[in-house]
Design a binder for this molecule. Structure first.
Ligand SMILES: Nc1ncnc2c1ncn2[C@@H]1O[C@H](COP(=O)(O)OP(=O)(O)OP(=O)(O)O)[C@@H](O)[C@H]1O
Length: 243
């Protein structure tokens, strides 16, 4: 059974239908990326999956007992409110220090427990958010543009961390991103959304699909070129280069 099965889903806000007849399945352990223009319904799709948006048609079926970890788009930390990473990790429930440490280690930031949230860099903050989502040992991680505000090497490093998390925990990943070329190389499957599923498939298939090209225009050539470029290098080398 799929972890998540979205069947003929439509979502509307009042009279404004933002998703129409969307079908999507997430299988264990796969990394799936949703791309699409602003306002194309990407966040609404994630909200429908976590039960925060009501379908007007169709359904979202979750595997019984499915554990979901959610990393939101951006968290605004009040600079005047002192809170350590350790406290932040415990805000949503009873979490042992060992579990916090383990989750931070999996997220690639093992030494941040005592740090102030407001003093973290953008990349560190996103990893702490990732760690918090990992605390419940999710079967699937949902990430909503988790690299917003990071520079390109920062984003690339974050996505490599996601691959590492998948390798270590075996969880599936469904993420939204605007950074097509960075994300594409980290994804097993890409879904191009524009109110409906325009096209989907492996990164290379989607990048060359006419529907995708129509939506992303001139950016597409660059994305495709970069995607190919990434794969012309062996992995060890490209990892070093992007650090
Ligand atoms: N709570 C809401 N009430 C009314 N309209 C909404 C609400 N949330 C989103 N919308 C509208 O639904 C459409 C889809 O929004 P959504 O946030 O799902 O798109 P998105 O693809 O994630 O966009 P972006 O890339 O800009 O984050 C937009 O036109 C938006 O204005």
């Amino acid at each position: 059974m799929s972890l998540i099965a979205v069947e003929n889903l439509s979502v509307a806000y009042g009279a404004n239908t933002v998703l129409r007849n969307v079908d999507l399945r997430i299988e264990p352990g796969e990394i799936v990326t949703i791309v699409g223009p602003n306002g194309s319904g990407k966040t609404s799709l994630l909200r429908a999956i976590i039960g925060a948006a009501e379908p007007t048609r169709g359904a979202v079926r979750l595997k019984p007992g499915l554990r979901i970890g959610y990393v939101p788009q951006k968290l605004h930390i009040d600079q005047t409110l002192p809170i350590t990473v350790e406290r932040f990790m415990r805000l949503t429930g009873k979490v042992s220090r060992e579990d916090s440490r383990a989750a931070l280690a999996t997220a690639g930031v093992p030494d941040l427990l005592k740090r102030q949230m407001s003093r973290l860099s953008g990349g560190q903050l996103q990893r702490v958010m990732l760690a918090r989502a990992l605390i419940t040992r999710p079967d699937v991680l949902l990430l909503d543009e988790a690299t917003q505000g990071l520079d390109q090497p920062g984003s690339a490093a974050f996505y490599r961390q996601i691959e590492e998390v998948r390798r270590e925990t075996g969880c599936a990943v469904l993420m939204i991103s605007h950074e097509l070329h960075v994300v594409m190389s980290a994804s097993d499957r890409v879904i191009c959304l524009n109110g409906h599923v325009c096209c989907e498939g492996t990164p290379a298939v989607v990048a060359s699909a006419p529907e995708y090209r129509a939506l992303f225009g001139t950016g597409t050539g660059g994305a495709l070129a970069l995607y190919r470029h990434d794969h012309n290098h062996d992995h060890a080398h490209s990892h070093e280069a992007a650090e």
